[in-house]
Design a protein around this ligand. Sequence first.
Ligand SMILES: Nc1nc2c(ncn2[C@@H]2O[C@H](COP(=O)(O)OP(=O)(O)OP(=O)(O)O)[C@@H](O)[C@H]2O)c(=O)[nH]1
Ligand SMILES: [Mg+2]
Length: 360
Amino acid sequence: MKTGIIGLPQVGKTSLFTILTKVQVDAAHHNPREAHIGVAKVPDDRLDRLAALYNPRKLIHASVEYADVAAMSQEALKDTAYATALRNVDALAHVVRAFDDPAIPHVGPIDPLRDIKNVDFDLMINDLGQVEKRLERVEKDLKKMRGPELEKEHELLLKCKAQLEAEKPLRELELALEDRKRLRGFMFLSQKPMLYVLNISESADLGSDLAGAVEKYKVSAAAARPATGATAVCGKVEAELAEMDDAEAAEFLASYSLKESGLVRLIRKTYELLGLISFFTVGEDECRAWTVERGIKAVHAAGAIHSDLEKHFIRAETIHWDALLEAGSEANARAKGTLRLEGKDYVVKDGDVVHIRHSG
Ligand SMILES: Nc1nc2c(ncn2[C@@H]2O[C@H](COP(=O)(O)OP(=O)(O)OP(=O)(O)O)[C@@H](O)[C@H]2O)c(=O)[nH]1
Ligand SMILES: [Mg+2]
C-alpha cells in the first residue's frame, strides 16, 4: 500500500516526504518525473505500552509507504511516466499551501480550497481522457460484435463519464463489486482515497491553529465527502522536530501546547483512509504490529504473519490490547476469562493482540 504525495509546486511535498520517511532527496540528480519512494513507521502508543510489558528483544512497528512525485499540473499529467507513477499509488495525500512566506512563490494569494479544487479538477480531467479513449475503442468493437461483457463495460464507462463531466470524482461513485473490478485496471486518479494536508504557518499557538485549520480554510465540507479526509501540519516545525531526540521533541511539542506531532496524525489518517488496521503479536522475543485490511477474518490475518499459519489455522487466542495491559499478563487474562479463543471467521479488530494456534 502506497500513498502518493501530490500538490502544486513548492508547497512542501518533498520536505514532508523527507521528514516522514527520512529519505533524503537529491533534487540535482533526480529525474523529476520519477517518484521517490520511502517508508514511514506508524507510531503506535498501544504497541509501545505492550512492549513495556514484555520488554522484547525486537519491537516492530507497522509502516506505510509514501511516494514523492513532482508538482501537479495539467502539463505534468500528460507525461506518461508521471501519470503512471501516480496511478500506481493506492491513496493520495495532497499537500496544500496554507503557510505565509513571501520568499516562496505561489500561484496567486494563499487559498487552500481553490488549490484543492484545481488539483481535484486536474485529476478528474485526466480520468475523463482515459474514459473517453476507452469508450471510443469499446464503441468501435461493439459495432463489430456485441457481447454482454463489452456492453456492461460500455454502460459503466458512460456512468463514469457522466460523473466526471459533473465534476465529481470517481471515488464518490457507488459501484457493485463487479463494476469495481472492471475499473481496477484503469487505476483512475480521482478514484483513489484522498487526504488533504494543509501545510500551515508556524505560530505561538500552533496546537489550536492545527486543530482549527481544516475549519478555518473551509476544507471541512470537502473532507467530509466519501473516502476523503483532511489534516494539518506545520512543515517548518516538523522539520525542526525531526532533528531532535525524543526528550527534546516532547519538550518542544509541549512549548507549542501540542500533544503529538502533526506528522503522527498524518500517518494515522493515511492508515485509516487506506482502510487498514493493526493487530499485534507479543512475546519476549518480539512485539510487532501487523497491517491488515479492516474486516479481515482471523484465518486470513494469520496469513499476514505466515502462509503456514493460515493453512494450519486452528484458533486465534485473542484479547484487546488494553484488556491485556489491565490483566498484566496473558496468564492473568486467561484466568479472568478476558483471553478468548476465536475461530476462523472471527473479524479481527484494530488493537487486538492475537496468538495463532496451529497444527503446522
Ligand atoms: N515557510 C515555510 N516554507 C516551507 C514549508 N515547507 C516547505 N517550505 C519551503 O518551500 C520550498 C519548497 O519546499 P519543497 O518541500 O521542496 O516543496 P515541493 O512541494 O516538494 O516543491 P516542488 O517539488 O518543486 O514542487 C523550500 O524552500 C522549503 O524550505 C513550510 O512549512 N513553511
Ligand atoms: Mg518536491
